[in-house]
Write a protein that binds this ligand. Structure first.
Ligand code: SF4
Ligand code: SF4
Ligand code: SF4
Length: 576
């Protein structure tokens, strides 16, 4: 048990465990110390000097994020010296910041804008030399605008420490220092996996997704196009935050109605192809065991993880399931089965997926996920982009009564729903494996693979055999698991990896939350709880029970893994 430390903050006695920072201790006294570069579990470098405090008897000001509590110290968070220092610091940051607040994608959600207002700064007090950097638009998913960057390094820590990718870092020296890729190349020349975690870490509008909103409006307004949307499992758990609903609000039915109000569109449920993924993946795993193909098998639902493997572990590409992601499967079915059934020329069908991340924007541009140069999914919109479209259309989202998805892709199992949280794909697979191989439908909940730890291991007895499985989220954790597999230290049969810590509910395209929320609220658990609660309420909990999947196999796909299903639902990978 940790030793407890007594101190005073603004004359209020506080007792906190040893090692707590002054910033965290202040929260215990209901006092907020502003911060900018600090992000819990990601970045703690005391660089921006916004969180400075006075400590009685010490000279100068201390950064509260890096200063650990000491017995008996007296901290002042709101003295004249502290307020003046913070104000000057913010004014200095603004002196080189390209202020485009009215049209900035982060307007109203920008942490710098909020601080400027809270401290009533003069934004033009210091007129510094304004750098003019070229905006990096080289990837189809993330835009980097160094003219707005305030050098907090939250993105750099995220990419290096949490994702273990290292695509960006500080480059150059002195006044010219900036965040960039090695040799100042475009992001497309790096091993960036497109996860978008740097975007959600950024406090200002220096990082944002490449928007496809105009493409979607153009398709909706084109009378020659039929427009269909489908939404990923996690969107229903997060979209409400865009409209200021508390984290953990389930808005699936409002989301469907709001999309339908955008124009003459149909709205489908991507949980259907999450179910289909389980059926195809289960079949593939059994075939790998029987034919002695490479094991362990890694899941392939997450395009950020797939790109990570293509860059870093060419020798293990044969261990990736060949199943397309649920997004890839849905696009392929729409441009084939759905078009044939409804007598639509595939070139007249405009397919929009609503997805939790920017990695899926990259995925839709993969040539292998299309036919004859035509992509299966025309546009992938992040949760934030969908929110912006709903806002632009003037829809009172929070007042909507809600509607159901459109047939034939409406009904899905609870197992499909939990795909949006780390461990969800594994649990869905275990449900089907236990049910089909053991002939029991009693075991539905596999608690060992749930929750937010970065790496989870479990052993289950299935078909009389002990099966070791592993679940990891966050690519730095994924790298640890891959290295353990490669060295032979671990001998799992099946491994689920999601690039984003906590899975898609915490994806890089999800609604932005300020550091004041991210540092103190367990967003991942609140959002995941929506999916698990909804799964529990679902009468159908297992993917193999899905009547929609059954219909798809009967009418079109024949059987899991058979030629037709294989050509439409499976893919291949490219060493990069
Ligand atoms: S998208 Fe992901 S991998 Fe790429 S720079 Fe951002 S955090 Fe790094
Ligand atoms: S891009 Fe954003 S997160 Fe990265 S250093 Fe600049 S301001 Fe900070
Ligand atoms: S975990 Fe989900 S949100 Fe994150 S990159 Fe993978 S698919 Fe996208």
């Amino acid at each position: 048990m940790k030793k407890m430390i007594n101190l005073k903050i603004n004359d209020i006695p506080v007792t906190v465990p040893e090692g707590t920072s002054v910033l965290q201790a202040a929260k215990a006294a209901n006092i907020k110390i502003p911060s900018l570069c600090y992000l819990k579990d990601v970045n703690c470098i005391g660089a921006c000097r916004v969180c400075v405090v006075e400590i009685k008897g010490r000279r100068g000001l201390m950064a509260a994020c890096t200063y650990p509590v000491e017995e008996g110290i007296e901290v002042y968070t709101n003295s004249p010296m502290v307020r003046a220092s913070r104000k000057t610091t913010i004014e200095l940051i603004l002196s080189t910041h390209r202020k485009k607040c009215l049209s900035c994608v982060r307007s109203n959600q920008c942490e710098l804008q909020k601080l400027a207002r809270d401290y009533m700064v003069d934004e033009d007090r210091f007129r510094g030399e304004e750098p003019a950097y070229e905006i990096d638009q080289t990837t189809p998913y993330v835009i980097r605008d160094n003219n707005k960057c305030i050098q907090c390094l939250r993105c750099v820590s995220t990419c290096n420490k949490i994702q273990g990718v290292g695509a960006i870092g500080q480059i150059r020296r002195g006044f010219d220092v900036r965040v960039g890729s090695p040799f100042d190349q475009g992001l497309d020349s790096t091993s960036c996996v497109g996860c978008g975690q740097c975007i959600v870490a950024c406090p200002v509008g220096a990082l944002y997704e490449k928007s496809n909103i105009d493409d979607v409006w153009a398709a909706i307004d084109n009378p020659d196009k039929k427009v269909v949307f489908f939404t990923a499992p996690s969107i229903a758990a997060t979209l409400g935050e865009f409209f200021d609903l508390p984290p953990g609000t389930h808005v699936e039915r409002q989301m469907v109605q709001a999309i339908r109000m955008l124009g003459d569109v149909e709205v489908f449920n991507m949980n259907v192809t999450a179910d289909l993924t389980i059926l195809e993946e289960a079949n593939e795993l059994i075939e790998r065991i029987q034919t002695k193909k490479p094991l362990p098998m890694f899941t392939s639902c997450c395009p950020g993880w797939i790109k990570f493997m293509e860059h870093n572990y060419h020798d293990l590409l044969p261990n990736l399931s060949t199943c397309k992601s649920p997004q890839g499967m849905f696009g392929a079915l729409l441009k084939s089965y759905y078009c044939q059934k409804n007598h639509i020329d595939p070139k007249d069908l405009f397919v929009v997926s609503v997805i939790p991340c920017t990695a899926k924007k990259f995925e839709v541009s993969r040539p292998e996920l299309g036919h004859k140069g035509m992509p299966d999914v025309d546009v992938a919109l992040t949760t934030r982009e969908l929110g912006r479209m709903i806002r632009e259309a003037g829809i009172y989202f929070n007042d909507l009564a809600g509607e159901d998805f459109d047939d034939p892709f409406a009904l899905a199992s609870g197992a499909g729903k939990i795909f949006g949280a780390t461990g969800g794909v594994m649990e869905a697979a275990l449900r089907t494996a236990a049910n089909i191989l053991d002939g029991t439908n009693e075991k539905i909940e596999f608690m060992d693979v749930r929750g937010t730890p970065g790496i989870k291991e479990a052993t289950y007895r299935i078909a009389g055999t002990e099966v070791d499985v592993c679940v990891a989220s966050g690519l730095a954790n994924a790298r640890k698991v891959v290295e353990m597999v490669r060295s032979g230290e671990k001998n799992y049969l099946f491994i689920e990896i999601m690039a984003c810590p906590g899975g898609c509910i915490n994806g890089g395209g999800q609604p932005l939350q300020r550091d004041s929320v991210r540092n103190y609220v367990d967003l991942k658990s609140l959002r995941a709880a929506v999916l698990y609660d909804s799964d529990k309420e679902n009468e159908m909990r297992c993917s193999h029970e899905s009547p929609v999947c059954q219909m798809l196999y009967d009418e079109y796909l024949e059987k899991p893994g058979k030629a037709k299903a294989h050509s439409l639902l499976h893919t291949s990978y490219t060493p990069r």
